[in-house]
Design a protein around this ligand. Structure first.
Ligand code: NAD
Length: 386
């Protein structure tokens, strides 16, 4: 493996730890506010300990915003999101809003945040904590110690390309068209994020596309190779066809470090990788935009992969770990507090090793706890290790 260069952090200027950071919290609907409550405890802990100084503002998104303003996110809250150093997002949606107009549905709030903040890089880590290795659908030996990162291009490709339509051919047939389109700048910027991320990890990037049957795949591979030559040659680069990549993710997932791929393949491959880890309640994510020219800080939104879980909302049963781990990603990628992000992850592992489980990850012989107890236990482990 190539040697690590001196510059080994994706994000930003090295903050003095007491610089003030602006967090904008959007708890959303269902279990969103419950799991966000545990992150608020964690933020208070960091502030009280003098490790960092977080200024917190809170807004409305999803159904909660629709009820208050008739929109899935207000312009004022969009402005506050844009002005923040990081948005911490809970979850949106629920049966209450099933009948609202399409452009005002709860998910429209999240889509507007991603679009207006130009969050083109979606990071989905798949980490298997030792205590949960048996919850995976794969054998323990294949997933124990797994720590991979799927980097998905989020704002281009077939989900957005034009034309996108269904036309009536007039002969009793219809034709549906979606357009897979990538410009080289879109591939270059996501490849750069992949290489920078790899440098903070095991320094390996595997790029996945289908250059054998798709022109966009030919260009994708070409640009990734070109970008690699522009100052990233210390990072080990490999290529794989996306279908083979899906197979390898299930056959031997530990062979990967960072996988970079387009919007469509990333959507599918990140869900495959997610299931290697067992539960939806454990999966964090980050979406990053362009780096600010002065500070190097990227626009950023951190959110758990799960939704608003209306079936358990309001009961104190939700697993807060995905939300807490999302906040840990913010520590690492927005605030240059990677050492503290690692400590939060270690505290999560230690809590699980003490056999505490929320209902979604409950196993025989373990102790079932609620949202608040799980959050408190993670903070107690952090306190013990600090
Ligand atoms: P979901 O992720 O909300 O729930 C799926 C299942 O997993 C449910 O049984 C739920 O109880 C469980 N679950 C999810 N998170 C959990 C946690 N933290 N702890 C314990 N159990 C957890 O997906 P869904 O049921 O398909 O969707 C429910 C609503 O959420 C819908 O309105 C959907 O549109 C919305 N949704 C929002 C987002 C988002 O905000 N990013 C993502 C997915 C779904």
């Amino acid at each position: 493996m190539a040697t690590m260069p001196a510059r080994a952090n994706l994000s930003i200027k090295k903050d003095s730890s007491m610089a003030s950071h602006k967090l904008f919290l959007l708890p959303g609907d269902g279990i969103g506010p419950e799991v966000m409550g545990e992150v608020k405890k964690l933020i208070a802990w960091f502030n009280a300990r003098g490790i960092a100084s977080f200024e917190v503002e809170e807004g409305l998104v999803g159904g909660a915003a629709y009820d208050a303003h008739g929109e899935a996110i207000s312009d004022a809250d969009m402005d506050r999101a844009q002005a923040s150093d990081a948005v911490i997002f809970g979850a949106v949606g629920g049966p209450k809003w099933d009948g609202v107009p399409y452009d005002k549905r709860p998910e429209a709030g999240l889509l507007r945040l991603r679009k207006d903040m130009v969050l083109y890089a979606n990071l989905r880590p798949a980490i298997v904590y030792p205590a949960l290795a048996d919850a995976s659908s794969l054998k323990r030996e294949l997933v124990e110690g797994l720590d991979i990162l799927i980097l998905r291009e989020l704002t281009g490709g077939v989900y957005f390309g034009q034309p996108k339509e269904i036309t009536d051919l007039g002969n009793g047939q219809k034709r549906a068209v979606d357009t897979q389109v990538y410009d080289s700048y879109e591939i270059d910027r996501i490849a750069r994020v992949a290489f920078e991320l790899a440098r903070t990890r095991r320094n390996q990037v595997c790029s996945m596309e289908k250059h054998n049957v798709m022109k966009s795949g030919v260009l994708w591979k070409e640009v990734v190779i070109e970008t690699h030559k522009k100052g990233f040659e210390d990072v080990e680069l490999s290529h794989m066809l996306a279908d083979a990549g899906g197979m390898q993710l299930v056959r031997n997932p530990k062979q990967f470090d960072v996988i970079v791929t387009d919007n469509l393949f990333g959507d599918i491959l990140s869900d495959v990788a997610a299931m290697l880890t067992g539960s939806l309640g454990m999966l964090p994510s980050a979406s990053l935009g362009a780096a600010d020219e002065k500070t190097g800080r990227r626009k950023a939104l951190y959110e758990p992969v799960h939704g608003s879980a209306p079936d358990i909302a309001g009961k104190g049963l939700a697993n807060p770990i995905a939300m807490i781990a999302s906040f840990a990603m913010a520590l690492k990628y927005s605030f240059a507090l990677g050492n503290w992000a690692d400590k939060v992850d270690t505290a999560i592992a230690a809590t699980l090793a003490k056999n505490l489980r929320t209902g979604d990850i409950m196993q025989p012989g373990m102790t079932q706890v609620g949202t608040g107890e799980m959050g408190d236990a993670v903070i107690a482990e952090l306190e013990a290790a600090a």
